[in-house]
Design a protein around this ligand. Structure first.
Ligand SMILES: C[S@@+](CC[C@H](N)C(=O)[O-])C[C@H]1O[C@@H](n2cnc3c(N)ncnc32)[C@H](O)[C@@H]1O
Length: 374
């Protein structure tokens, strides 16, 4: 099948690597997505094991359409709907893109819904209900100048929600973004890992979970389990393989988070516990200046406040300067990765970045900056 992985902007190249490692073919980066080919086993595996995408779309039809009528008939003719959506099932329609004759996503979704429920009424005399939060089928319509690409979304809920994070502090990173940042950092579990401003601990949890090969979300169901061509045997095999490859007891070096707000530090501990990583990640409640780093050089990652959402600018300038002094004094020879959403503030670090990756963090244009501390 032809598929699309939807990703945070800036993680497209990492997404390609992840998809290829999980068996996808012809993975090609696009804007905020990766196009790929996969067989059904691989499609199931991607849902179980990929850490970076928000969702996976399975293309089911492509047709030209330039107005409401051609969209309506195009949708009706694109699949044997009687097999796929019985009136007892609920559905949702998501729309991206637009075209000259279909400029409004809301009306496009409405027209797709009309095409389907009209068809159902003709066949069964009744229709499906719409369910936005928890549908049985989620249709994804993408419009462009050539027409419409119709896909099925394999999961109603975004895959970044792993389920371990009941509690978060201010401005938490999304789990898939944190996973992507850690993938870029190249941390391989051979050196200590420290986050001096760890908030709810997302960077550390994603780093360790990935290193140990843990299935990113357990106890989660997917919409493809209700598809007409769902193959339970294949799904069973993929699940068994995924869980048998986990190595939760692997010995790893020190992984330490520091958070000065005791409530947020407790959130981090709770999340770490939920993720099953309490034996691997320690959280210290203090200002980062009280951190004692191990001698062996390792990796420091951090996502300090950058003023768009939390923190006053002048205070933040002091914070960045103090962080810079701390690192230079205590972390010579360590690698440092900083997620910065404010160029002026990152200048207060007073070091020259050796690598820069543009990343969008919830719409804020950020840079993932790498420094070698000397
Ligand atoms: C942007 S948040 C980090 C979010 C985190 N990456 C997550 O996903 O939850 C920054 C965190 O740094 C903490 N912080 C601010 N100043 C600090 C300091 N001097 N020492 C330790 N933590 C600090 C804040 O309380 C806040 O939780």
């Amino acid at each position: 099948m032809q598929g699309i992985a939807v990703l945070p902007q800036g993680l497209e190249n990492e997404g390609v690597k992840e998809l290829i490692a999980l068996g996808a073919k012809s993975a090609t980066p696009l804007k905020r997505s990766v196009a790929f080919k996969a067989d059904m086993s691989c499609f199931y595996r991607l849902h179980l094991l990929a850490r970076l995408p928000f969702r996976f779309l399975r293309e089911i039809a492509r047709f030209s359409c330039d107005d409401r009528q051609s969209l309506y008939f195009g949708i009706q003719n694109s699949l044997d709907w009687e097999r796929w959506i019985h009136p007892s099932m609920t559905f949702r329609v998501d729309v991206t893109g637009r075209s000259k004759g279909l400029p409004n996503s809301y009306y496009t979704a409405l027209q797709v819904k009309n095409a389907l429920v009209d068809l159902q009424r003709t066949v069964w005399g009744k229709r499906s209900d719409i369910n936005i939060e928890n549908p049985d089928i989620c249709l994804h319509v993408h419009l462009n100048s050539q027409g419409c690409v119709l896909s099925l979304d394999g999961s109603a809920r975004s895959l970044h929600r792993r389920g371990y994070r009941a509690a978060v502090g201010l401005a938490p990173l999304k789990e898939n973004l944190a996973a992507g940042l850690m993938q870029i950092s190249g941390w391989d579990g051979k050196v200590p890992l420290v986050d001096p401003l760890c908030g709810s601990g997302t960077l550390l949890i994603e780093a360790v979970s990935s290193l140990l090969g843990l299935v990113p979300a357990t106890n989660r169901s997917f919409l493809f389990e209700g598809w007409a061509d769902f193959d339970p045997n294949l799904w069973d095999i993929e699940q068994k393989n995924a869980y048998s490859n986990e190595s939760p007891k692997q010995i790893i070096p020190l992984v330490l988070g520091c958070e000065q707000d005791p409530v947020v530090a407790n959130h981090a501990r709770k999340n770490i516990q939920e993720a099953g990583l309490q034996r691997h990640i320690k959280i210290q409640t203090s200002h980062f200046r009280d951190l004692v780093l191990p001698d062996a050089p390792g990796l420091i990652v951090c996502n300090p406040p950058y003023g768009k959402r939390i923190g006053m600018y002048e205070d933040l300038e002091d914070l960045y300067e103090e962080l810079s002094r701390f690192l230079k004094k205590n972390a010579s020879g360590w690698h440092f990765w900083l997620l910065s959403g404010n160029r002026d503030l990152s200048r207060s670090i007073q070091m020259k970045a050796t690598k820069k990756f543009p990343i969008s963090n919830g719409g804020i244009d950020c840079r993932w900056l790498n420094y070698l501390i000397n």
